[in-house]
Design a protein around this ligand. Structure first.
Ligand SMILES: Cc1cc2nc3c(=O)[nH]c(=O)nc-3n(C[C@H](O)[C@H](O)[C@H](O)COP(=O)(O)OP(=O)(O)OC[C@H]3O[C@@H](n4cnc5c(N)ncnc54)[C@H](O)[C@@H]3O)c2cc1C
Length: 471
């Protein structure tokens, strides 16, 4: 581990308004922990920043001391990118303020806020930003890489709602980026991950949503897998604009009041269809599901949007060990369905799952090159395969399971890219493939302008462009 003298750390403590946490501090272990408990890294120090000035001071300190830098937003990267070994962890978890301008339909969100905090503040006004489906996830990493959830069909990715950002760059400068200012940086930040600087504030446009939405939850046993996926492939691409859906495979039915006791903890296939218009319209949309394939049980009910956003929180709590891969597929063909159905039972942990989202609607109304998002905007599916367990032994088994499902699905994909927010392993070729060569090269040039020394490299890393040597 690089040694930093206590004298230097005292200097950092003097300039930072936030706390500098070192291994001697009682809260060091809780401060360095990430959502994925498989990650166990020990930074020299953790700078818990309170302001852009703090972030700039931490960056300057790291540069002067030649320390590796990691940036922790909500701490949810499966790869544990938010924490480094032997370097300086810039911790944004205290920068989570959300300020709403209801009339202008805008939200200013601290770089370390969680989805739950964003939702709580926006829903007071019946407004929302499209985000992911687990509310303890960080807005920071999610936005910078994409942001897929219930509202993707209706309102696009999280990054599609971004209006501007405040960023601290690798040289310590604080800049505002928008379509008018530092437009190249603003383009790159919408999909290029944490490669370009530390975002201290995200400004989002807000969409009228809720406070009540319509939930349609349908559950079938493992034996119905093939029929469920065929049904989903008929229903989901034809949903009206005001609805969204998700297919969750392999999760156990919870011991909840709406689940008949004989099905508590039964593994199966879950189709969730959420409506953002009236109950009558939702009833019309979901009727064909029940008619085509009667489920073991269902829950069809209006629920608060805030409750919807927390529905799946307990399937992936903090403290577990995880490994994930994701793949984009144009179609759920019969062969794809067979591969998924045949491979699901081999998972070891009841918490491991496969999640399928349809990407279309508002998602597909954005041009491929309008943002730096690492994925084409043509309608298709994203399949997330996650191994999640309580012990290293279970994770080892389900890491192999994740890889086997992913390997089986790869021949059906157009390219070897994936969703950068779902990559656990650092694999430069896949990062390049996710963006495609043209977009990657454009990002590499912007990286060379704003972070030429690749200070921000603990992420789905884009290497700064290097011009070819003369001759
Ligand atoms: C349980 C769980 C559920 C998930 N559900 C969804 C989902 O429904 N939809 C979806 O799209 N994704 C989902 N994800 C993936 C999630 O979007 C990514 O893991 C994302 O990177 C998390 O962001 P974070 O800020 O919490 O993570 P962190 O680990 O803190 O950061 C992830 C990366 O972003 C960088 N970063 C974070 N904040 C900033 C910032 N303010 N400025 C600069 N760089 C920053 C970090 O340096 C790191 O490289 C889920 C992940 C988990 C673990």
């Amino acid at each position: 581990m690089i040694q930093v003298s206590s004298h230097r750390l005292e200097e950092l403590r003097t300039v930072l308004a936030g706390k500098v946490i070192t291994p001697e501090d009682a809260d060091y272990d809780t401060a360095r922990i990430q959502w994925n408990n498989d990650i166990d890294r020990r930074p020299v120090a953790i700078a818990r920043c309170l302001s852009p000035a703090d972030v700039a001071a931490a960056i300057t300190f790291a540069r002067e001391q030649n320390l590796e830098v990691s940036v922790r937003g909500g701490g949810h990267a499966f790869s544990g990118a938010g924490v480094c070994d032997g370097g300086l962890m810039i911790d944004l978890s205290a920068m989570r303020r959300v300020v709403i301008s209801a009339d202008a339909r805008l939200a200013r969100v601290g770089g370390g806020a969680t989805v739950a905090e964003l939702d709580a503040a926006t829903q007071v006004h019946g407004l929302a930003v499209p985000t992911g489906v687990i509310s303890h996830t960080g807005v920071g990493g999610m936005t910078l890489g994409g942001g897929i959830g219930w509202l993707t069909h209706k309102a696009g990715l999280t990054l599609d709602s971004l209006v501007s950002v405040d960023v601290v760059l690798a040289d310590g400068r604080c800049v505002h980026a928008s379509p008018q200012e530092h437009a190249d940086l603003f383009w790159a930040i919408r999909g290029g991950g944490g490669n370009f600087g530390v975002v201290t504030t995200f400004e989002f446009k807000l969409h009228p949503i809720g406070p009540e939405v319509q939930l349609g939850l349908f559950f079938w046993g493992m034996e119905s897998g093939e029929q469920v996926l065929r049904l989903a492939r008929d229903i989901v691409p034809n949903l009206p604009p005001d609805a969204g859906a998700q297919i969750a495979i392999g999760l156990n039915a919870p011991p909840a009041p709406f689940v008949p006791p004989q099905y508590h903890f039964t593994p199966g296939y879950l189709l969730l269809v959420v409506g953002f218009s009236s109950a009558a319209e939702h009833a019309r949309i979901i009727a064909p599901i029940r008619d085509a394939l009667p489920p073991l049980f269902e829950l069809v009910s209006p629920i608060p949007y805030l409750a919807l956003q927390r529905t799946l929180d307990e399937t992936a709590p903090w403290g577990l060990l995880g490994y994930q891969e994701a793949i984009y597929l144009d179609e759920l063909t019969d062969d794809v369905i067979s591969e998924i159905v045949n491979r699901i039972p081999a998972k070891r942990s009841p918490l491991s799952y496969c999640l399928i989202f349809r990407l279309d609607g508002a998602y597909s109304e954005v041009g491929d090159d309008e943002t730096a998002f690492g994925g084409r905007r043509a309608p298709r599916y994203i399949i997330n395969i996650a191994g999640i367990g309580a012990t290293p032994e279970i994770l080892r088994a389900d890491r192999s399971w994740v890889r086997s499902v992913w390997d089986a699905l790869r021949p059906f994909a157009k390219d070897s890219g994936g969703y950068i927010n779902s990559m656990t392993d650092d694999d430069g070729d896949r990062v390049r493939a996710s963006y495609g060569l043209g977009k990657y090269q454009r990002l590499a040039r912007i990286k060379a302008k704003y972070d030429p020394d690749n200070m921000f490299h603990l992420n789905a890393n884009i290497k700064p462009y290097e011009p070819p040597l003369p001759g």
